[in-house]
Design a protein around this ligand. Structure first.
Ligand code: MSP
Length: 524
């Protein structure tokens, strides 16, 4: 990938029926790390996130809380969803709400085009609808209910009964796109990832695609169909369009051309919407499909997908209040292979915080900077002749930079971190072997001491640059102490080993990752 390329990445837009939990925060962090990395390699980067506010689910929640859906959504967006982005340090370029005028307008333009081009028709529909999923269910998606729902068929995801809906709806001719979709998956194996999700999507499409009901007339919390005001657009059909309405679809061609297509990060539970319905919609409109659809795994608590409706939700702030945003970001990106499920536990988080961030990285930084302060009064020593050991560090710096950049291009965030951690480990080993505190005891080894501390300090600066997309606060603090030029997030990441700075260090304020005295209490 050459610098200056367009990199547009989007998260799903989140339902505002409830407050965020760490599963939602997980997608946000992954998207933000990828966006920060690309921004830092000089790509023309755009990170979009936002909220999904129409449909029955939100309407019912609002009614149950004695308010209007608009007032409910406004309240949740301001009190919960936007603050989430601050809690976990997300640097998004845009935030779209499906109640934004720009979205509603873009949806109307898109729909009218599909209608005019013959992709939409009116018909009768009867099916089993799950409001939790906002989706019609096939009989194979249902399971026998238990407890209060004994004797009824319930949605396998929400464990709640489905509703029989019979309506005159507008339909999208999705079945027309079956073969084109199969060709897409075949010709572009990167389109849906990882492999497990790709296989599932292919199986689903091979079973045969039916036309999709895309309007509702039994309630009015949605965007009206432009040619029939008795109908509102089906919430998923409308929500998927946020990825293009946010970048000016139908109104600002220049911006649209500059950004589209997007890398789409989604949970694997909603990969089908993004890898089947969404590309079919785009094909119908004559637009390029997404760049990639990556279905990440679930955060599990007690072996089950963590969810608010099952009362296993953990609020991101419960973690950041104790461990900080950097640790939150690092933990979820390093402990879980991106694309696989991962079990969350407080013990694992605390253990990795201590071993990897506090001992592995934080101590290394404190020790090296303290030695430059102690032995050289803060002035960075110059390097003398380089030994094999010094050159080996330089080699690891370059290798880690290149390998991490490649891993990020492949959306393998955990691999990128593992590559960067090779440098953390190499530097720790280097300090242990070179024993600068021994070299400091004699004038004869003064030059060698300078070379060792110089080499270690260069390595630390490279680490600060490479880790800044994942742990932006701690790396900036380290960067300042190292006397690095400007802000660490402005250093070109692919040139991390060539970073520049002044000739002095300053003391590191406190430690980068302080010892955690009190472990947080378990989720309420
Ligand atoms: N509003 C739809 C998406 C529309 S996109 C056009 C939606 N919203 S959601 O709020 O229910 O979920 C948003 C995202 O959170 C999904 O990608 C989902 O996979 C993710 N997660 C919800 N629970 C999760 C975990 N326990 N673990 C990881 N991700 C989880 O679906």
């Amino acid at each position: 990938m050459s610098s200056g390329e367009s990199f547009y990445i989007a998260t799903p837009i989140f339902y505002v029926n409830d407050v965020p939990h760490i599963g939602h925060a997980y997608t946000e962090v992954a998207a933000d790390v990828l966006a920060r990395w690309h921004r830092q390699r000089g790509d023309d980067t755009w990170l979009l996130t936002g909220t999904d506010e129409h449909g029955q689910k939100i309407l019912r929640t609002a009614v149950a809380n004695n308010t209007t859906p608009q007032a409910w959504a406004d309240e949740l967006v301001e009190s919960a969803w936007k603050p989430l982005l601050e809690t976990i340090n997300i640097k998004n370029d845009d935030f779209i709400r499906t109640t934004d005028e720009r979205h509603e307008n873009g949806v109307r333009i898109f729909l009218q085009k599909l209608y005019d081009d013959g992709f939409i028709y009116q018909g009768e529909f009867e099916g089993h609808y799950c409001v939790g999923c906002e989706e019609y269910k096939q009989p194979s998606d249902l399971v026998a209910g238990t407890g209060e729902y004994e004797g009824q068929q319930v949605c396998a995801i929400h464990s709640k009964p489905v509703e029989v809906l019979k309506e005159t709806n507008y339909f999208f001719r999705m079945s027309d796109f079956e073969q084109r979709l199969l060709d897409l998956y075949e010709q572009n194996p990167q389109f849906v990832q990882p492999e497990s999700v790709r296989n599932e999507v292919i199986q689903f499409v091979k079973q045969g695609l039916r036309d999709l009901s895309i309007s509702r007339s039994s309630f009015d919390w949605g965007i009206q169909i432009p040619w029939d005001d008795k109908h509102v657009v089906y919430v998923w059909f409308e929500a998927l369009l946020n990825y293009v309405t946010a970048i000016g679809y139908g109104v600002d061609d220049e911006q649209f051309q500059r950004r589209w297509p997007a890398v789409q990060l989604v949970g694997k539970d909603i990969a089908r919407f993004h890898a089947v319905i969404w590309p079919a919609m785009l094909m119908a409109a004559g637009l390029p499909v997404s760049d990639r659809v990556f279905g990440h795994g679930w955060l599990l608590v007690g072996g089950e997908k963590m969810s608010k409706s099952k009362l296993t939700g953990i609020a991101p702030q419960q973690i950041t209040d104790t461990f900080g945003a950097d640790a939150f970001r690092y933990y979820f990106m390093s402990a879980i292979n991106f694309g696989q499920d991962g079990s969350f536990s407080w013990e694992d988080l605390a253990a990795r915080y201590q071993a990897e961030l506090a001992n592995g990285f934080g101590n290394l930084a404190s020790r090296v900077i303290a030695m430059v302060n102690r032995y050289y009064d803060g002035e960075i020593p110059t390097a003398g002749e380089l030994s094999q050991a010094d050159l080996a560090i330089k080699t690891v710096e370059r290798a880690a930079t290149d390998a991490a950049d490649q891993a990020i291009a492949d959306l393998a965030i955990h691999d990128a971190l593992a590559e960067i951690w090779q440098l953390v480990d190499a530097l720790n080993g280097y300090i242990t072997e070179q024993e600068p505190w021994v070299l400091a005891k004699s004038d004869e080894t003064r030059e060698r001491l300078g070379t060792v501390l110089h080499t270690a300090l260069r390595g630390l600066g490279t680490l600060a640059v490479l880790l800044s997309p994942v742990i932006p606060d701690a790396t900036q603090k380290l960067w300042t102490a190292l006397g690095g030029d400007g802000d660490v997030q402005d250093v070109v990441i692919t040139e991390a080993p060539d970073w520049t700075g002044g000739d002095r260090v300053s003391a590191l304020e406190g430690t980068l990752f302080p010892r955690i005295e009190h472990e947080p209490v378990a989720a309420p």
